[in-house]
Design a protein around this ligand. Sequence first.
Ligand SMILES: Nc1ncnc2c1ncn2[C@@H]1O[C@H](COP(=O)(O)OP(=O)(O)O)[C@@H](O)[C@H]1O
Ligand SMILES: [Mg+2]
Length: 274
Amino acid sequence: MPHREAAVVAFASGKGGTGKSFLTTSLAIALHRRGRRVVVVDCDFGLANAHLLFGVKPVYTMRNVLDGGVTTEQSLTATPHGPMLLAGGSGIASLCELDAGHMALVARSMQWLARSFDVVLIDSPAGLAPQALLMALAATHVVVVTNPEIAALTDAYALIKCLSRQPGCPELHLAVNRVLEPGLGLLTYERLAAVSKQFSGCSLHYVGEIAEDPAVTHRRLGQEPLLVSHPTCRTSLAIQRMLATMQQQMAGLEPIVCTGGGIDQRMTAQLARW
Ligand SMILES: Nc1ncnc2c1ncn2[C@@H]1O[C@H](COP(=O)(O)OP(=O)(O)O)[C@@H](O)[C@H]1O
Ligand SMILES: [Mg+2]
C-alpha cells in the first residue's frame, strides 16, 4: 500500500563534538517555524544532549521504548519552541552497544515517527560503528557535519567512504561548522568533495558553513536556543540559509510517497547485511 513518509535527515560525523546536536536542534526549530511537523530523534544515547539544547527534561527516552511498556508516541517530549523530541537519555548504553533485536525495535519506532511527522531529524552518534552507520543509511539524506580542522576532516572522509560503499546509501551532504573565516567552509567542501569523488566515486552536496561563534559555546543551561533569543544574529541567519539550501537539495524536505518499503524496511535490509 502506498503511504506517506517523512523526509528523514541524519546528522552524522566521524569525530565527536563537530556540532551535530547544535545543528539538528536549531534546524528543527527553523523547520517548525516554516510550518512543518518535525521530530528530533536523539540517537547519541550515551552522550544524549538534545534535550538540554531544547531546554526540556524528558520523562521518557528511547530507553523506555526499547525496554517495552512505553509506546513511541508516549515517549515523545514537546519542546517549548515547537519540535517534538524523542530523547536519548544519558547514562544508558550507547546506540553502538545495541544488538540486532534492539535495532529492530528502533526501526519500528522510526517507522511510526516517519508516518506521523513531516520531517524526522536524527542526531546520530559520531563514529563508524555499524549501528551509527545503519541509522544514517536508513535516512533519506545524510548531512555529514565537520569542522575545518584536519582531524575532523580525516574522520569525515572515513565516514563518507564507509557510507558510500554500502548499497542503498542515501545522498550525502556536507555542513562545515565552526569556521574561523568566511569562505573556509566552501574551501573545505571542495577539498573533501574532490577526495571523495577520486577515491570513493561519491558525490557530496554542500549545504553551507556556520562561523565559530562564542554565543554558541557559552550558552548556559536553561538559556533559550540562539535561533529564538537572537533570530537575526549571523549564526541564526546562517542556519536559515542552510535550511533553505537543504530544502533545495532535498526535494523541499517534503514527505515522500512510498510505494514499497519505508524506513523500517530500509533498516531491516541494512540489519540483514550486518
Ligand atoms: N558554530 C559554533 N561556534 C562555537 N561553538 C560551537 C559551534 N557549534 C557547536 N559549538 C560547540 O561545540 C560543542 C559541541 O557541539 P555539539 O552540537 O554538542 O556537537 P556534537 O553533537 O557533534 O557532539 C558544544 O560545546 C557547542 O556549544
Ligand atoms: Mg551531540
